[in-house]
Design a protein around this ligand. Structure first.
Ligand code: AP5
Ligand code: MG
Ligand code: ZN
Length: 233
């Protein structure tokens, strides 16, 4: 399964990515997480990315694409992957085609998580992330037993710098202008699957997994028909 997750900030991409990747046994590759790890590690990449992330803007394509190319070239991604947060504009989508072409593979499906912007603001203002294991929590929707301590690993929780109200507004604008054209791009190619991302996390996971299984079964069936036609002709 070679899968891209798309949806506005706060749609639940990171939350669902964890469960979907586990279900299909593929690595979850989140460009936002890789940038944040570089920011915490104080690397040159982190220093550069931080300026853009704090403003809610996209990190320049050149940097992001080189990073994704390296990551997709690693052995664990050869049998499939889940990309969370990439591509984020049409130029990155074409670059993804080219990276996969060089690796001799193609993208199977793009899953859009659909939510309205009011819900996005509610989700982001209450988000807390574990510093140790990266699990994503919410102070109301998915609270931990003890305040600011991860139930899964005991790690400390933090609030992302870019979850301030004004930055969230700007991230939503950036999504509308630069990222949302991908919906039409992938639906035009017949690769888009849309899932309603409102409701309990487990329900969204179930809808997403069912939709993915259905989409990949349909694609396999179409390939089998094509192969049968080829051998008949
Ligand atoms: P990134 O980290 O990708 O941020 P984003 O796209 O803005 O998305 P978020 O991570 O904020 O939201 P999410 O959809 O993952 O939601 P989550 O699961 O956490 O990118 C950050 C920055 O990095 C960018 O602004 C840019 O600068 C840079 N960057 C990254 N990729 C780039 C690229 N390709 N090119 C250039 N720059 C790039 O959920 C949110 C909250 O909601 C949580 O608290 C969660 O518990 C809760 N929640 C989830 N599901 C539900 C539910 N069903 N019901 C109730 N609450 C829920
Ligand atoms: Mg995320
Ligand atoms: Zn944790």
């Amino acid at each position: 399964m070679r899968l891209v997750l798309v949806g506005p900030p706060g749609a639940g991409k990171g939350t669902q990515a964890e469960f979907i990747a586990e279900r299909f046994g593929i690595p979850k590759i989140s460009t936002g997480d890789i940038f944040r790890a570089n920011v915490s590690g104080g690397t040159e990449l982190g220093k550069l990315a931080k300026q853009y992330m704090d403003a809610g803007d996209l990190v320049p394509d050149k940097v992001t694409i080189a990073m994704v190319r390296d990551r997709l070239g690693e052995p664990d991604a050869s049998a499939g992957f889940l990309l969370d947060g990439f591509p984020r504009n049409v130029a990155q989508a074409y670059e993804l085609d080219s990276i996969l072409g060089d690796l001799g593979s193609i993208l199977d499906v793009v899953l859009e998580l659909e939510v309205d912007s009011e819900e996005v603001v509610r989700r982001l203002s209450g988000r807390r992330t574990c510093r140790k294991c990266g699990h994503i929590w919410h102070i109301e929707y998915d609270p931990t037993k003890a305040q600011n301590i991860c139930d899964k690993c005991g790690g400390e929780l933090f609030q992302r710098d870019d979850d301030k109200a004004e930055t969230v507004r700007h991230r939503l604008d950036v999504y509308a202008e630069q990222t949302s054209p991908l919906i039409e791009f992938y639906s035009g190619r017949g690769q888009l699957v849309v899932v309603d991302a409102i409701g309990p996390v487990e329900d969204v996971t179930e809808r997403a997994i069912n939709a993915l299984v259905e989409a990949t079964d349909a694609a396999e069936a179409a390939l089998a028909v094509e192969a049968a036609q080829d051998s008949a002709s």
